[in-house]
Write a protein that binds this ligand. Sequence first.
Ligand code: PLP
Length: 378
Amino acid sequence: MKSKQRFYCDHAATTPIDEIVLSEIARISRGRFANPSSTHQSGQAAKSELEKSRRKMAKFCNAPNANVIFTSGGTESDNLAILGLARGNRENGNHIIISNIEHPAVAESCKYLENDGFEISVLPVDKNGILPPESVKNAIRKNTILISVMAVNNELGTIQPIEEIAKIANGNGILFHTDAVQAFGKIPIDFEKIGFDALSISSHKIYGPKGVGALVLKKNVKIQPLVFGGKQENLIRTGTENLPGIVGFAKAAELMFAHFEFENARLKKIENKFVAKLSEIGAQRTVPTECAYPGIINLLFPGISAEILLQKLDLAGVEASGGSACSSGAIKVSPVVQALGIPDEIAQSAVRFSFGRATKSEDISEIAEIVTEQAIIL
Ligand SMILES: Cc1ncc(COP(=O)(O)O)c(C=O)c1O
């Protein structure tokens, strides 16, 4: 019996690893197993691969003068940015500004800091899921040391005005951090031009291996490490580097940038077709199309429970998600969708479809058909 086809529509949760990246990981794991901190020839050959990857990552962020610190992923990069920058710059103040749709890796780090005497302003996004730069300007105090606003929201896909917000931060001598985990390789991120102090990125969202990320840091920014030990990563993140993962991450980034425009144009067509088809049964976009990255489509199905719809879709072969992946398994009304001012009875119907390389253009009618059928017979 032929097994039924499954459609993976959850690329914002994670992406399938690229075959070329896998080969690169195998090459490094076999041939460059030595510790990059070892002084012998094998160690130095491993070190050379590490530094090559670091230069590549700096190039893709246009951060030739920055410090690329490899970490275990987006969560650690965000934790290091928030806790490390706050603690490293405490002598200048204790106030931090974030939006109310930040990933928990940022939001929870800030909550933790509150117990340590820091003050956090959590600014609301507007009904389109965008943080108005004006509100950031108005929230600045004499003791503000850090502003952290994400580039692309993981649930809604909304693209934040980080360029304007960076200008405000830079103009007031305040550090600016962006969680670019969902943005890197998908929308242009120019470290130098935008004026970041810190930028978080993660490998598994761009067809690279899991458990690798980076924090790109402006040179000479004061930061306290979270882990202590040896001298790796400029003493900011010690521990033997995950070289196969890091080289895989750099290869994944290279492939992402090589197909950047083609893939975005393809996703735009997929988005248009999918949304048009589902609007026929009354599904509505949670945020306007022009505010979002085309690979992340959050839809409201008024009168339907997302929890039940997701189970039915899974049985029918379509894998999507509700809320953020980190809290899946216990789907409740998403605080990010609530942040748009949508009442709970409608917000609980929000489903995120996130498309990427595993989404074939020729399959989109069938995917939309399955979603239509499952939503209608609920
Ligand atoms: C916006 C955002 N930030 C941070 C993270 C955490 O990244 P990682 O899974 O690499 O720890 C995620 C992952 O879902 C994310 O979407």
